[in-house]
Design a protein around this ligand. Structure first.
Ligand code: PGA
Length: 249
């Protein structure tokens, strides 16, 4: 059985006191679904978030990391540093990292290897731009993003990967992929996985959808057979909205 996962990507929002408040609000919510719940605060608040959720089933995850173990990389954070504050899962390849920080497939392959070397789980993000979809290249783009960064992995290493399909045109825009568009792409991704790694692996990998998931559209999107959860930006900054999405399964 694949895991259902709802992960909140807080991006560059919430300083310490806001982090405290949001976590205490999240802990007041009731979970009625079987989804695993994750939140990704900014680096400076990871330790606090980890401590504040020790008695709770919310997992605290990171938004990014560097591929090197340590060294002269000013401003960067390594897998070992993340692990030392309790983080076991990292988001890699978010479209904002790709667009604003020039993260390429090649760089992401190195980050993937570094995270796996440190026994971390990865939420690997990818997705096409609007122009790709308009020119009907969306499947090609997604296929190459996944293949270039992940397809050097062994079957067993791939078990540490959660995929997150996030069409760039739907992130933070209020425009969501239709449930059918999400399902079609997720089925395509699963077929692509099956062709290289076999059906068992393909059927065990959770594929999340991200891009303007809100309480009012989550249920329809999550009802699709190949959608195993969501990576939530804006709506994860409000505890009630976030748990309405968590409970949409
Ligand atoms: P959004 O962001 O929900 O605000 O569109 C999703 C994401 O960037 O992961």
């Amino acid at each position: 059985m694949r895991k259902n996962i709802v992960a909140g990507n807080w991006k560059m929002n919430n300083e310490l006191s806001q982090t405290e408040t949001l976590i205490s609000d999240l802990k007041k919510q009731t979970k009625t679904s079987n989804a695993e719940v994750m939140i990704a605060p900014t680096f400076t608040n990871l330790w606090h978030a980890f401590e504040a959720t020790r008695d709770h089933d919310i997992e605290v995850i990171a938004q990014n990391m560097h591929y090197a173990d340590s060294g002269a990389y000013t401003g960067e954070v390594s897998a070992e540093m993340l692990k030392s504050v309790g983080v076991k899962t990292v988001i890699l390849g978010h479209s904002e990292r790709r667009a604003y920080f020039n993260e390429t497939d090649e760089l992401l392959a190195k980050k993937v290897d570094a995270a796996l070397k440190n026994d971390m789980r990865i939420i690997f993000c990818f997705g096409e731009e609007l122009s790709d979809r308009k020119s009907n290249r969306h499947e090609k783009v997604v296929e190459s993003q996944i293949k270039n960064a992940l397809f050097h992995l062994s079957n067993s290493a791939f078990k540490q990967i959660v995929l997150a399909y996030e069409p760039v045109w739907a992130i933070g825009t209020g425009e969501t992929a239709s449930p059918e568009q999400a399902q079609d792409m997720h089925a395509f991704i699963r077929k692509t996985l099956a062709n290289t790694y076999g059906n068992d692996l393909a059927n065990s990998v959770s594929i999340l959808y991200g891009g303007s998931v809100k309480p009012n559209n989550a249920q329809e999107i999550f009802s699709k057979p190949d959608v195993d959860g969501g990576l939530i930006g804006g709506a994860s900054l409000n505890a009630e909205d976030f748990y309405a999405i968590v409970n949409a399964f």
